[in-house]
Design a protein around this ligand. Structure first.
Ligand code: ATP
Length: 413
């Protein structure tokens, strides 16, 4: 299918988004978000930069905190106080008064080391105090969160935060990475047009670039705005948050929990067999069984939205476990005449099958995405050519701009 897109795609958010014109949320194409009818009030619990109001979502009424992030997104929910509560008291106070709190990504608590905070856009961390984390502090933090699963991840009930543990050889927890989870609105504008093709989309990107946050928003938009039956296979409860009632950030999408990470592929198939979804969303496709489950789901005509490990399309093509997601690669031996006609060697690499994900997006930065038509790009790369891609980014007015780019500099094959 030919992809025809406007070269200049204007996002629905006006450029100068400020707290005074936050009534924009009622204008944004997002019926699941509550409408703002009154001027926003500030609330001291979240700090003066937050606007708080009661909102309603499909299932429950929830408190909505809206805020504009540095890079122009609307942070709809940022339950950061819940994450701070599991930290030692002095760190809580430290971070309450931290002016860059809205850019806080992670807090690192390692036994016998100084606690550290990592902020968006800063390569290193920042020590939060001079004394080291004691065993008691680590134990307290541990008991304040839910149970750790087989993937050593836990959450805080009702929030999107993720706590990951590092264990000693004896199985004791000796380190915690506490990642702030946020419900963010605005990412989906980068690819809203692609969602209408009803074709599967695979997101790649380095850890922490924001893939899970995007999945969450896509789930809500597909369920609430495009009225699809969406099922999220939520392996470590990262998309829908901890607890049995999923976070309102996923809108009307349903969420299936996974008892063990190794069972992700089974739950994916179960989702399709039992719950008749039109869209299945799955984070972190990493095994051959999961890649096979994806193919089987796609073959049943269900749209998949997924993420995988890797930064570029080339990484997936070269990865024997995951290459099936983009069609797989096989070696073909050409006859002498054919090789001569093609001016190639007799042994060449070819794509094996149609890709499971017809679209592939490299999330290079939160605001800088490279979009591939997978089939065409894989063929071009295998033939040693540079594929035509679309670069989608935000300009300084926060509008989404799409550029066609014939000089793709991803990894060649
Ligand atoms: N637009 C945004 N504004 C503010 N914070 C954001 C935004 N997008 C993502 N984040 C934050 O960045 C951090 C990383 O995001 P996320 O977990 O979505 O990344 P990821 O690519 O899925 O990472 P991983 O591959 O390690 O799971 C989180 O703390 C998240 O809250």
């Amino acid at each position: 299918m030919a992809l025809s897109l406007p070269t200049n795609f204007i996002c629905s958010f006006p450029p100068s988004l400020t707290h005074t014109n936050m009534s924009l949320l009622s204008l944004s194409p997002c019926p699941s978000l509550p409408k703002f009818r009154s001027p926003l009030r500030s609330n001291s619990r979240f700090g003066p930069e937050y606007s708080i109001r009661k909102g309603s979502c499909r299932r429950s009424r929830w408190l909505l905190a809206s805020k504009i992030s540095e890079d122009g997104f609307i942070i709809v929910e940022d339950d950061i106080h819940a994450l701070l509560e599991i930290l030692p008291r002095d760190l809580q106070e430290n971070l309450q008064h931290e002016p860059r709190r809205a850019q806080l990504l992670e807090v690192i608590l390692d036994l016998g080391r100084r606690p550290e905070a990592r902020f968006l856009g800063e390569p290193g961390g920042q020590y939060l105090r001079n004394s080291e984390i004691s065993p008691e502090e680590l134990e307290e933090a541990q008991s304040a969160v839910g149970e750790f699963g087989g993937d050593n991840r836990a959450g805080i009930e009702g929030t999107l935060h993720r706590i990951s543990a590092i264990r000693s050889r004896k199985g004791l927890i000796v380190g915690l990475t506490c990642r702030v989870g946020r419900a963010v609105s605005g990412h989906v504008e980068m690819i809203r047009d692609l969602l209408q093709y009803k074709e599967s989309i695979l997101f790649l990107g380095r850890p922490g670039v924001g893939k899970t946050t995007v999945m969450r928003e896509i789930a809500r938009v597909l369920a609430d705005e495009l009225h699809k039956r969406v099922v999220i296979v939520d392996t470590s409860n990262e998309i829908g948050g901890d607890g049995d009632i999923p976070h309102a950030a996923i809108g009307g999408a349903r969420r299936m929990q996974v008892p063990e990470p190794s069972m992700q592929h089974r739950v994916m198939i179960e989702a399709v067999e039992n719950h008749m979804p039109q869209v299945v969303i799955v984070d972190e496709i990493g095994t051959e069984a999961e890649a096979l489950a994806c193919r089987s789901i796609a073959e049943r005509g269900v749209m998949l939205i997924g993420t995988a490990h890797g930064e570029r399309l080339g990484n997936i093509i070269k990865n024997p476990t995951l290459s099936d997601l983009v069609g797989g690669v096989e070696t073909v031996t050409l006859g002498d005449d054919e090789a001569r006609a093609r001016r190639s060697q007799k042994s060449i690499l070819e794509r094996k099958a149609p890709p499971t994900f017809p679209f592939l997006i490299e999330m290079r930065e939160r605001n800088y995405w490279v979009t591939h038509r997978t089939e065409r790009s894989v063929d071009m790369l295998l033939h040693g050519k540079k594929p035509l891609v679309e670069v989608r980014k935000r300009d300084d007015q926060f509008k989404v701009v799409i550029e066609r780019w014939s000089n793709y500099d991803g990894d060649g094959i």
